[in-house]
Design a protein around this ligand. Structure first.
Ligand SMILES: [Zn+2]
Length: 79
């Protein structure tokens, strides 16, 4: 189950902010806080932190293959 992070659009809030919601992928995104009913927006976890998800090491970890054009032999090679 993925964990989504939400934050209140309007400050201040009496609730925990941001707060986390565990939801199935098929579930719709929350538009209001289940606690106070204020409008909330989802924080995309891909943009959280300083990790570059498209870095070579991350791509490899995620099972992606990056192809780089080989100028010496011609064609493409895997990196
Ligand atoms: Zn709230």
């Amino acid at each position: 189950m993925p964990i989504y992070e939400y934050r209140h659009k309007h400050e201040p809030s009496k609730c925990k902010d941001p707060f986390e919601v565990i939801a199935a992928i098929k579930d719709d995104a929350l538009s209001e806080c289940p606690t106070c009913g204020q409008p909330v927006e989802r924080i995309l976890s891909a943009f959280k932190g300083k990790v570059n998800i498209f870095a070579d090491s991350n791509l490899k970890e995620k099972g992606f293959t990056k192809l780089v054009k080989d100028h010496v032999k011609g064609g493409y090679r895997k990196v």
